[in-house]
Design a protein around this ligand. Structure first.
Ligand code: SF4
Ligand code: SF4
Length: 176
């Protein structure tokens, strides 16, 4: 009886190997072969611009307040037209856990995630990215959105003068 068990025990591993040799592979030869990233993947963060090229970030600090690991810092300042922006903006990617809460909190859709996951670095200081590296020249995932055409009215243009915006209502006209 034990001889059959020994033969079975010898043949079985070969059978498992043979069976798996013809299965489709599930691994890829990174970095020669690139992984297909889901559109909803949460990778490196960027700061985007409005369609008119202006910075979307108004340095409201909401993203840094929402960040559970405190890896966003910035300094707010104001332009001559009253438009706020970040004098400097910093993200420490060695602490970031890519939860996306900062993007949820952002009222201007300035901060957005990308599919870039290649952030490993031997020098931890090089994982701290400044505004110059974070700020991109496009709108990211929200191509048509212009925050100042909605909420920045009265600063970028007078009320009622923005695209798609109705003239302000005089409440006294509504009285009986
Ligand atoms: S993705 Fe999460 S951890 Fe990373 S900066 Fe945003 S809020 Fe912080
Ligand atoms: S990225 Fe968004 S949430 Fe963060 S400071 Fe700028 S506008 Fe506010």
């Amino acid at each position: 009886m034990s001889i059959w068990r020994d033969i079975k025990g010898t043949i079985e591993p070969f059978w498992v190997t043979l069976r798996n040799m013809f299965r489709p592979v599930v691994t890829i030869e990174y970095p020669e072969v690139r992984a297909e990233i889901s559109p909803r993947y949460r990778g490196r963060l960027i700061l985007t611009r409005d369609p008119d090229g202006q910075e979307r970030c108004v340095a409201c600090y909401l993203c840094s307040a929402a960040c559970p690991v405190d890896c966003i810092s910035m300094q707010a300042t104001e332009g001559e037209n009253g438009r706020r922006y970040a004098a400097w903006f910093r993200i420490n990617f060695s602490r970031c856990i890519f939860c996306g809460l900062c993007t949820e909190a952002c009222p201007t859709l300035a901060i957005q995630v990308t599919g870039d996951f290649e952030l490993a670095n031997r020098n931890p200081l090089e994982t701290v990215w400044e505004k110059e590296e974070l700020l991109v020249d496009h709108c990211g995932q929200e191509p048509g959105y212009n925050f100042y055409h909605h909420a920045g009215i009265g600063v970028a243009a007078a009320r009622g003068c923005n695209p798609g915006e109705d003239k302000p209502v005089n409440v006294k006209d509504l009285l009986p």
